[in-house]
Write a protein that binds this ligand. Structure first.
Ligand code: NAD
Length: 485
């Protein structure tokens, strides 16, 4: 039972969790230790699926996709509500597992599980009735949606449960079945959710497989998979799209972001500082749609930087299990090293200065001080690339068109925000930003089950959530016939 992996550590311990295949809990062919980023010790041991087990999971999902699950809408709604009830009942236990493997404060983990329940309930209620196009004496025509079949759902390590539910809820609602593969950095809470759901869903409807990559690539290459719903980095997303092309699998890609916030000259620094700070630092900046670059009008630049720095200095960073912790550690060593390197490179340049933070917190765990950087340029890597950590570069601008051009000058296009005391003025600027979501005087708080979420340019393909996201788990069928009148 040993396996040294990305996201894991060699261990001879039996796995603490099981794969979920065809409604049964199955031991992995090997196992790997998942690191607690606060202690750098093993948080739990996960099962690693081999290719035969992956094939079993896909076969189980295929058989379930051909069963009454695909046609019995009422049964699906009932199963989803039962799963939501069970998830909420198990929330305290699963939230602790999530905190131990991901690092986030326990209160945030509890909120993440609650969000997952909310998503299930929302989608269970959504209507998906056929659209009647013609119903007259000359004939009848309607457009209906049918499920795609087996969905491969692949998730990252920042919000393992919430982002899994963005896929599970619409896929179940529309009569598909899934093979879910979480990140090797955070497989444990997902396995726990799979185990809970196995009690409420028909066998084979939701299978969970874990293990080091190339498990993800093996799943996306599987011929029986009809759709891939992927959340992760842009680099991996491109590989997923290439794999999907071989069999023309449908694909939804939720990828990286380098999201700008534009703070106009008429914004009130005191009033916005707190919301702007948390727009960047929630989940320790490990949020695809976090503010990753702030462009502040030169007339209020100093005041905004000072206010953000004061908040950064007041934040308690600590282990997620500590009740006072507002921010936990970064999730994994490569990400911690990346944030450290990007910050050091900017500071080494000389012109840049950290007005708060700027370095790792020494000792055990991947802790990093919440950092506000000034004196950086658009060319610095920490501005030009997605840092995905607790570091916010703050840049100044003079003219609105300049701010818009700089905000748009990236291959990414996930979200953006504009801050002003005049919402109409902010809105007019938002209309010129090339991204999937624009927020006015807020950032990242509009992630809702009823709104589409997706990126422009290299931030993704397709959308999740809302009726638009639901439609991506279906294929259209036009039905025409003689008049029914
Ligand atoms: P990642 O791309 O490294 O991994 C994501 C998932 O893909 C993991 O489960 C991984 O095991 C799997 N994977 C790796 N190689 C694969 C392959 N060839 N084929 C199939 N699957 C493969 O991303 P990460 O480091 O886990 O997550 C951070 C990234 O995710 C950031 O860029 C962030 O912006 C992005 N993200 C985007 C959204 C969104 O909704 N747009 C949400 C959260 C995170």
């Amino acid at each position: 039972m040993t396996n040294a992996t990305q996201g894991g550590r060699s261990t001879t311990r039996q796995a603490d969790f099981s794969l979920v295949i065809d409604g049964k809990l199955v031991a992995g062919s090997s196992s790997f230790g998942v690191i607690n980023p606060a202690t750098e010790r093993i948080a739990g041991v996960a099962p690693a699926a081999d290719e035969a087990q992956l094939n079993s999971a896909v076969t189980a999902a295929s058989l379930a996709a051909g069963s009454s699950w695909a046609t019995d809408e009422d049964a699906r709604r009932e199963a989803m509500i039962a799963a939501a009830d069970a998830l909420e009942a198990e929330s305290p236990r699963i939230a602790e597992i999530l905190t131990d493997e991901q690092g986030k404060p326990l209160a945030d983990a509890v909120r993440e599980i609650a969000t997952a329940g909310l998503w299930l309930r929302h989608f269970a209620r959504l209507d998906d009735t056929p659209e009647v196009i013609q119903d007259d004496t000359a004939g009848y025509a309607e457009v209906r949606r049918s499920p795609l079949g087996v969905v491969a759902a692949i998730t990252p390590w920042n919000f393992p449960i919430a982002l899994a539910m963005w896929k599970i809820a619409p896929a179940l609602r529309t009569g598909n079945t899934l093979v879910l593969k979480p990140s090797p950095y955070t497989p444990l809470a997902t396995l726990a959710v799979g185990e809970v759901f196995a009690r409420h869903l028909p066998a084979g409807v939701l299978n969970v497989v874990t293990g080091p990559d190339p498990l993800g690539a093996q799943l996306t290459a599987h011929k029986a998979v009809r759709k891939i719903s992927f959340t992760g980095s842009t680099a991996t997303g491109k590989r997923v799209a290439a794999a999907a092309a071989a069999d023309l699998k449908r694909v939804t890609l939720e990828l990286g972001g380098n999201d700008p916030a534009i703070i106009l000259d008429d914004a009130d620094p005191q009033a916005i500082a707190e919301d702007l700070f948390w727009g960047a630092f929630r989940n320790n900046g490990q949020v695809c749609l976090a503010v990753k670059r702030a462009y502040v009008h030169e007339s209020i630049y100093r005041e905004v930087v000072d206010l953000l720095s004061d908040i950064a200095k007041s934040i308690t960073v600590g282990a997620g299990r500590e009740p006072d912790s507002q921010l936990g550690p970064l999730n994994n060593r490569p990400q911690y090293e990346r944030v450290k390197d990007l910050t050091t490179h900017a500071l080494d340049r000389g012109a840049a200065r950290a007005t708060a933070g700027g370095k790792p917190i020494s000792g055990v765990g991947y802790f990093f001080e919440p950092t506000i950087l000034e004196g950086v340029t658009d060319e610095d890597e920490v501005v030009a690339e997605e840092q995905f950590g607790p570091v916010l570069p703050v840049l100044s601008f003079r003219g609105e068109q300049e701010a818009i051009a700089r905000a748009n000058s990236t291959d990414y296009g996930l979200t953006a925000s504009v801050w002003s005391q005049d919402p109409e003025r902010a809105r007019a600027i938002g209309d010129q930003l090339d991204c999937g979501q624009v927020s006015i005087n807020q950032h990242g708080s509009a992630v809702r089950p009823d709104l589409p979420f997706g990126g422009h340019k290299s931030s993704g393909l397709g959308v999740e959530n809302g009726r638009w996201g639901l439609a991506e788990y279906t294929q259209l069928q036009a039905v025409v016939g003689p008049s029914r009148q």
